[in-house]
Structure formats: C-alpha cells, structure tokens
Design a protein around this ligand. Structure first.
Ligand code: 3Y8
Ligand code: NAP
Length: 264
C-alpha cells in the first residue's frame, strides 16, 4: 500500500499525521502556492503534476495504490484532475473534505455563487472590508475601487494589488477568535468577504463577525465532480483498510452448513 495525499488543508495535515503514526507508506503533495508550506511527517513533493496525464503518470511511476484528495473545496481543478487521473491509473480515489459552514443565529450572511457575484454585491457606499480570500483572486475587486480593503495574505504579493485603497496583513491560519476580533476592531472592519471553506482553520472570523454584528459576503463552493467522499481521518483509515483487504476467494470461503440453512 502507498498513499498519495493531495494536501493543503488542516484535514490533509491531520491525515498525514495519522498515516505516519501507523507507519503506512505515504507521500504528501503541495501545489507550491506559498513560499514555506507547513512541514509534513511524510515525504513531501511540491508543484503541479502537469495536468491529468502528469498526475496519472506520477501515480504509476511511484506505485501509488490509493489516492486521497484532501485539497481545499475551492481547489477545483486539482479535484477534477484527481478523478480523471485515478481512473486512468486504475487506482481507488477518496476525497477527505469538510462540510460547508452554515449561518447560525445572529449571523448576517449574503451568500453569493462566486467571486464575481461577491464583487457585484459591493455596490453600496465606501466601506472598510476584510477581503479574506487569499491572493489569487484580488484583481476582480479592482471593479470596486472605492472601498478600503484589508487583505490577509500568506505571502507578500509580488506586485501591489490593483486596489487603490488597501492594506496587507501577512498571516497564515489556523486563526483564533481573539486574533480575529482584534484584527476586525483594529482596522474598523465593516464587512467581511470570504469563501465557504468549512473546517476549523478559517472559522474564527465568522464567530468574530457574529460577536461584532458585522455582515459577511459568503462565497459558496464550486461544484466538484462525483467521487467517494468522507469527512474524517478515521473514515479514510477505515476505507484504506477495507480497500487493501484481500478479496475472499471462493475456495477458502466457508461452505454454508445445509442443516443451519433449514434452521435445524
Ligand atoms: C499552500 C499550505 C494546515 C493547513 C492550513 C484550511 C485552513 C489555514 C485558512 C482567512 C482565510 C485562504 C488561504 C486559508 C486557510 C488553512 C490551511 C487555510 C484561507 C496554506 C498552505 C497553502 C495555502 C494556499 C492558500 C491559497 C489561498 C488559501 C490563504 C500550508 C497556508 C484564503 C483560503 O498566496 C497564495 O497564493 C495563497 C493561496 C490557495 C487562497 C487563494 O486563492 O489565495 N490557501 N494555504 C498549499 C499548496 O501549495 O498546495 O503552508 O499549510 C494552508 C491553509 N490555509 O495544514 O494547517 O484547512 O483551509 N488559506 C480560504 O479558506 O478562504 C485564509 O484569511 O481568513
Ligand atoms: P487548483 O486551482 O484546483 O489547482 C490548480 C493547479 O495547481 C492544479 O491543476 C495542479 O497543477 C496544481 N495543484 C493544486 N493542488 C495541488 C497539490 N496539492 N499538489 C500538486 N499540485 C497541485 O488549486 P488552488 O485553488 O490553486 O489550490 C492550490 C493548493 O492550495 C491546493 O493544495 C489546495 O488544497 C490549497 N488551498 C487552496 C485554497 C483555495 O482557496 N483555493 C485554500 C486553502 C488551501 P497541475 O495541473 O500542473 O498538476
């Protein structure tokens, strides 16, 4: 058995720890989006595979027997590639995901379908906005230049974002309620824009928004391809055990006793 984990989330790190503890051979994969990704207790590779064909080749060349897609719900392309590459390579695939967040009493959310809809939702008067969506989609908000954006990024942007009024804060999750309350108060934030990532690593800002009575523009998840999906590390471990159990062959299967068949 040799597992490849497509990582980049809190759950992927927890699964890597569980495999390492059980001495289950595994490899961990990052896209290489940030300068210093969190170290993992498994051998780690960084960078794209080169599309579906590249990933299928990697699976075959490295003798991968099981593929676990533990990437972020907004990492659409890698999840599509994983389904296609696992099929090409003829190996089983499972996705380790977390349920989306749902609004609680006291929340003031506007759910939107995507980044463009979030931009469209900012048609009101100038506000101080926490844009907590990372670095990859900032340019879309250039269409709404009158707001003041607080950008929380993992790494400093190579070029200044095309937002006339913005402030960058460099930080990486998992985040805390105390930290996010302080951030929102210090910068006088009036609205939060974020992705429905789910999980525990990014939820603090929503709890802080509820406490401060701030509105949230929640970007809902893209549709992902059909695949086997679980929400816990234990469920992946159970699946691995089941998937690697030898098929019971007919010779060794115990004959049913005719007497018991008749209930005698
Ligand atoms: C490179 C690898 C772990 C994983 C931790 C989780 C939690 C902390 C919260 C906010 C939201 C955001 C962002 C965020 C969080 C976890 C998780 C999560 C959100 C690292 C990491 C990698 C990335 C990539 C990065 C994206 C960006 C998104 C920042 C590691 C730290 C906004 C998503 O600069 C860039 O280009 C950053 C790109 C993709 C989204 C974007 O589009 O910009 N994550 N984040 C992974 C790789 O190379 O394969 O160092 O840990 C991982 C984590 N970030 O093991 O504890 O599980 O989600 N990551 C979002 O959720 O909205 C920050 O600021 O409130
Ligand atoms: P994406 O748009 O779905 O993927 C774009 C390309 O990046 C993929 O086609 C693949 O390149 C490469 N890639 C993505 N994840 C990879 C991985 N784990 N290992 C190797 N290559 C990978 O992905 P994304 O949204 O940019 O996210 C990139 C990484 O950041 C993922 O690991 C994800 O879990 C993590 N992350 C993303 C978010 C988010 O908001 N998107 C949040 C937290 C963490 P090739 O086609 O060349 O193989």
């Amino acid at each position: 058995m040799k597992i490849l984990i497509l990582g980049g989330t809190t759950e992927a790190s927890a699964l890597a720890g569980a495999l390492a503890e059980r001495s289950i051979p595994g490899l961990f994969s990052y896209a290489g989006r940030v300068a210093t990704p969190k170290p993992q207790p498994l051998p780690t590779r960084v960078g794209g595979f080169g599309g579906v064909a590249g990933l299928a080749e990697f699976l075959a060349e490295h003798g991968i027997t099981h593929l676990v897609d533990a990437t972020h719900p907004f990492a659409e392309r890698i999840s599509q590639n994983a389904v296609a590459a696992a099929r090409l390579a003829g190996i089983p695939l499972i996705a380790l995901t977390r349920p989306p967040w749902v609004p609680q009493a006291g929340d003031n959310w506007t759910s939107v379908a995507n980044i463009e809809a979030a931009v469209a939702a900012l048609s009101g008067p100038p506000e101080r906005i926490l844009l907590a969506i990372g670095r990859q989609h900032l340019a879309a908000f250039a269409a709404r230049p009158r707001h003041h954006y607080l950008l929380r990024l993992v790494d400093a942007p190579e070029a200044p974002p095309p937002l006339p009024r913005h402030r960058v804060v460099l930080d990486r999750g998992p985040f805390t309620l105390a930290g996010d309350l302080a951030l929102l108060r210090e910068h006088g934030i009036q609205r939060i824009i974020c992705k429905n990532a789910g999980g525990s690593g990014a939820i603090a800002k929503l709890t802080a928004a509820r406490e401060l009575g701030l509105p949230v523009v929640m970007i809902e998840r893209p549709a992902l391809p059909e695949r086997r999906e679980v929400h816990s590390v234990e469920a992946v471990i159970t699946w691995l055990a089941h998937e690697s159990a030898p098929e019971p062959d007919s010779e060794s299967a115990p004959e049913s006793d005719p007497r018991t068949d008749r209930g005698v």
